[in-house]
Design a protein around this ligand. Sequence first.
Ligand code: MG
Ligand code: MG
Length: 250
Amino acid sequence: EMMIIRKTPREIALLKEAGRIVALVHQELKKSIVSGITTKEIDKLSEKIIRQYGATPSFKGYQGFPGAVCVSINDMVIHGIPGHQKLKNGDIVSVDVGACYQGYHGDSAWTYAVGEVSDEAKRLMKVTEEALYEGLKQAKPGNHVGDISAAIENYVRKNGYTSPEGYTGHGVGTSIHEDPMVPNYGKYGHGPLLKPGMVIAVEPMVHAGKKEVKVLKDGWGVVTADHSLAAHYEHTIVITEDGYEILTKL
Ligand code: MG
Ligand code: MG
């Protein structure tokens, strides 16, 4: 049975601090992601900042994940294990950051361009970021989770792109993944009703090509089956009395 936990003001304050720490990591990554950096260096830098602010990396050890953050290059959609691969000019790289502060989590992913990237990559990144905000426009009391999902799906489709099936946004609280699921496909007016105090991560993942994915032999990395480029943008938000507030920003 589904259980959606609405958060108290005290909990929302802690979720906001967790979100702020995640945003500080992204602020640093924006400057630090350049040609030649390895995905492991991105992981180490992220973990250092998370710990500097008294938090712990949410994903480290989560179901056995070995990294502090997920680092996914080009055709990898999500869940990339940091390693020795060096980023090069023209790559795009998605970094998914989770931080836990005093028992409460923040979760935000962003895709970065390494040096000068193709027009196709730029358009994919732009559309995916816009898809996130199209979804967030629907985040208000009285709307349904399906309104967010449908807005994302329609925007992605209208731009000629696809999203993988089976990977979704989610509630966030004392667990990094809670109810409800927030899919990137859906129907207006369907799904759980949004209420003030609900905290959810909205996270469009978008492929330039077909929607099919495969999981790498490492059991984690999810890549597009046709090796088309993929992008991923995510914010954790709280539903307020009249809309939403982003928790994972400065
Ligand atoms: Mg995430
Ligand atoms: Mg998430």
